[in-house]
Design a protein around this ligand. Structure first.
Ligand code: KMH
Ligand code: ZN
Length: 304
């Protein structure tokens, strides 16, 4: 009997954009990050995309000291693929952002493929309830929303991490980032096959709808042919609908509280594992199987 198609579920556990005041479910202490990551892995996530937070106040942290305890617990209790962010947070230099990946040499890490304005959508459900002052944060103080990923930054991250054999999750937030990736491949910075995360619905990037996803996929097909694997993450309440569509188009999926605090429109998720459980059920009911960590390693060609 033919095997069902395999879908890799990545879970992005906490990120750097949401704040613990927005949802009690957002993990920020080492114990919470480890506990939620392990529960997400149990629920079916084969890749864990990880940021750290300052255990005193929940602020984003790129200090390896804040990663070490939860990485040790995760690696000891799960065989999930560890993927460490190099996005850090918006104000940091690329040297600071890559420090955790340089320290822990994970199987995977993120690689952001272009500079942009970066914000979660302030008109999305519940932002008014959170009293998020968009004008003050991102308009009056516009520099605070610039996510800087120049070609020099990308080269610095890529060449520093190359000796580690870490596979990149190329985060592409718009069509132009696919062209940036193609340019970098043509110059020899990245080798095929690449793993692309189509990121939809960040304010400053492409919107989260099916036409845009098809446009991203068609453009990637044109640029990379068979030389790429892909996944989708959509910010906010579009997360599960767009992941569902991606899985039916042959892509992999990313969920997690980094990208969306919701389980359905307007309703907060209780945990990362709840989002993983939901997308797993949908993926399986629609005819695919989820990939185990070792299957994910094989599909993506990880160092293991
Ligand atoms: N927060 C996501 C939209 C990174 O960690 O490098 C993008 C992200 C960036 O995951
Ligand atoms: Zn991230």
């Amino acid at each position: 009997m033919a095997r069902k198609p395999r879908t890799i579920i990545t879970c992005a556990i906490t990120g750097a954009i949401h704040t613990p005041t927005m949802s009690d479910a957002l993990p920020w202490t080492c114990e919470q990050i480890a506990g939620q990551a392990l529960a997400a892995s149990e629920a079916g996530a084969s890749i864990l995309h990880l940021h750290a937070r300052n255990p005193e106040n929940g602020a984003p942290s790129v200090d390896p000291v804040d990663f070490a305890p939860f990485l040790a617990r995760i690696r000891q209790a799960s065989d999930a693929v560890v993927n460490i962010s190099t996005g850090g947070s918006l104000s940091l230099s690329i040297q600071d952002r890559i420090r955790p990946a340089m320290t822990f040499s994970p199987e995977m890490c993120s690689m952001n493929m272009g500079s942009m304005n970066f914000s979660f959508h302030p008109l999305a459900a519940r932002y008014s309830e959170w009293k998020f002052d968009w004008e003050k944060t991102y308009v009056e103080n516009s520099e605070a929303s610039i996510f800087r990923n120049t070609f020099r930054d990308i080269r610095e991250a890529a060449t520093s991490l190359a000796p580690h054999g870490t596979k990149f999750e190329h985060e592409c937030y718009d069509i132009s980032h696919l062209y940036n990736l193609k340019f970098c491949m043509d110059t020899g910075l990245f080798k095929a096959p690449v793993f692309i995360q189509f990121v939809l619905g960040i304010l400053g990037g492409i919107g989260a709808d099916v036409e845009n996803l098809v446009f991203m996929k068609r453009t990637a097909d044109k640029l990379f042919g068979d030389d790429y694997r892909w996944s989708v993450l959509a910010a906010g309440a579009s997360q599960i609908p767009m992941a569902t569509t991606a899985s039916q188009m042959g892509g992999h999926v990313r969920v997690g509280l980094e990208d969306s605090l919701f389980i359905t429109r307007g309703k907060l998720a209780e945990s990362n594992a709840q989002q993983v459980t939901k997308i797993r059920r949908i993926v399986e009911e629609l005819g695919n199987e989820i990939a185990s960590p070792d299957e994910a390693r094989e599909i993506l060609g990880l160092k293991g």
